[in-house]
Each structure stands twice: as structure tokens, then as C-alpha cells.
Design a protein around this ligand. Structure first.
Ligand code: HEM
Length: 245
């Protein structure tokens, strides 16, 4: 096939209304020019990262709306928008798998292109790391304190599957899906450069394991421990086998 012919078709003219509205001319030139790639995996590498940045932009933007709706106690809106954030994080995690189609050797060629760049410089990731505290503060004020509720009451003492409870569960899911992204990203590193490697900033890759222990909403995880411990105190933490042996 005539590569140059198809390359120019891929970029499009940029003049149809569809192309103008979506700014495809600029979008499709956000990657290196076809002749500049260091190998045939580099386009995929750039696109996956760029798409992930777009999903993180959408997630961050949506979390701002969620915060507004939490302050209005508009639970239907909060849940619908959290679903959007959850799906976005799932897509981000699923998309990492595309990079499994790149061999470790070919990645080393791409790595040479990155300077000392690090995913920790990702604007989308950095903003998502800053949003959980204001969200928690809004949730605590509007769904809990204003109604004389606590996390313990909505999960256990006064459990009724209330609005506060379903919003809390949506927040826990956001927390969990963010963790899953971090976990699968670490698996991808394991597969591509190895966990024993050093980042392009000279840091041990193993340091990323600390991120796996970060919880956005620790109170929502701690309540489960406390409920299980309380249950254990009541019925016995270690129980007899159902078979009687
Ligand atoms: C072959 C694929 C990839 C490799 C080998 C890789 C490797 C790495 C390494 C070594 C680090 C640690 C950097 C440091 O300590 O400064 C890192 C961090 C990071 N990377 Fe990747 N990465 C890959 C793909 C991706 C993709 C597709 C994304 C999409 C968003 C991404 C986002 C991030 C983020 C957000 C961090 C910071 C993570 C944290 O602090 O927990 N990476 N990556």
C-alpha cells in the first residue's frame, strides 16, 4: 500500500463541519509526524497516553460538577455523574492493555525519546490526586453533619440504604477504581521494564507501590474493619466450621 497516500487520508482535510467542530486538524497533529516515529510502536504509545490525559480531564471536570451537586444534595445527579467517572477510570485501566502489544525491546527505543519525563508529571493525574479532600469535605458537611449523621450511622447504627450511604459507596468506588488503575499500571511496568528498574528520574520503580496504599476516603474503608471487628466481638472472630469438624 502507498503509505504516504494513506497517511494524508488519516489526517483528513480538516474542513468538513465534523472536522472543524472536533478540531481534528489539531487533534491529529498532536502526535509526531509519521516520518518521525522511532519505531512502529511509538504512535500507539503517544496515543494511549494522550487519550488517557483526555479521560482524566473529563474525570476531573466531572468531579467538579459532582462537588456542586453534593453541596445541593442532588443525589440523582451525583450518582449519574459518579457513574461517568467510574466508567472513565475503567476505560483508562482497560486501555493500558494496548501497550502489552509492544515488546520490551521496542519500548526501550521509545524510552529514549522521553527525556527524563515521568507519568508523575501528568496534569490529569496530578489534578485527580487533589480532588478527593474537597469532595470529602462537601460530603461530610452536606450529607452527614447537616443531618446529624456519621459514617458509622449510615453504614451500621442507622443503616437504611440512605442517600448518604449510596453517595458514600459511589465515592468508595471512585477510590477503588483509581487504585485499580495504579495496580494495572504497575503490572504494565512489570511487563515492560521490570519492577526492579529505575525510572527516568533515577527513582526506584518500587516506590510506586506506595501509591497502591493511598486511600482517598480512608473513613469509608475503616468503617468496614470496625463493623467486622464488632461482629467478631459479638459472635467470635474465629468461628466453628459449618461441617462441625
Ligand atoms: C509501557 C508503558 C509504561 C511504562 C513503562 C511506564 C512507566 C512508569 C514509571 C517507571 C513510572 C514512575 C516514574 C517516576 O518514578 O518518576 C510511571 C509513573 C506513572 N505513569 Fe507510567 N508507564 C507506562 C504507561 C503509562 C500510561 C499509558 C499512563 C497513562 C496515564 C501512565 C501514567 C503514569 C502515572 C500517572 C504515573 C505516576 C503514578 C503514581 O504516582 O502512582 N503510564 N510510569
Amino acid at each position: 500500500m502507498d503509505r504516504d497516500h494513506f497517511y494524508s487520508l488519516m489526517n483528513g482535510e480538516g474542513t468538513f463541519d465534523y472536522e472543524v467542530y472536533l478540531n481534528t486538524r489539531q487533534l491529529l497533529s498532536c502526535q509526531k509526524a509519521f516520518g518521525e516515529f522511532c519505531n512502529r510502536d511509538e504512535l500507539q504509545f503517544q496515543i494511549v497516553h494522550q487519550v488517557e490525559e483526555l479521560w482524566m480531564k473529563l474525570a476531573g471536570y466531572t468531579l467538579l460538577d459532582i462537588d456542586d451537586y453534593i453541596q445541593q444534595e442532588n443525589t440523582n445527579r451525583v450518582l449519574t455523574l459518579f457513574r461517568r467517572v467510574h466508567l472513565t477510570l475503567q476505560l483508562m485501566t482497560d486501555q493500558l492493555r494496548l501497550l502489552e502489544t509492544m515488546s520490551p525491546k521496542e519500548y526501550q527505543e521509545i524510552r529514549l525519546q522521553l527525556g527524563h519525563g515521568s507519568g508523575q508529571e501528568s496534569p490529569g493525574f496530578r489534578v485527580l490526586l487533589k480532588m478527593h479532600q474537597p469532595l470529602w469535605d462537601s460530603f461530610q458537611k452536606h450529607y452527614l453533619e447537616n443531618h446529624g449523621l456519621t459514617v458509622e450511622k449510615i453504614y451500621d447504627g442507622e443503616y437504611s440504604h440512605s442517600d448518604a450511604y449510596v453517595v458514600a459507596e459511589a465515592m468508595a468506588e471512585f477510590d477503588e477504581l483509581f487504585q485499580k488503575f495504579r495496580y494495572h499500571h504497575l503490572q504494565l511496568i512489570h511487563r515492560t521494564i521490570g519492577l526492579g528498574a529505575k525510572s527516568l528520574k533515577g527513582r526506584s520503580v518500587e516506590l510506586l507501590e506506595n501509591g497502591l496504599r493511598v486511600q482517598f476516603f480512608p473513613e469509608l474503608w475503616e468503617i468496614r474493619n470496625r463493623m467486622t471487628d464488632a461482629w467478631g466481638r459479638q459472635y467470635g472472630a474465629v468461628r466453628d466450621s459449618v461441617t462441625g469438624h
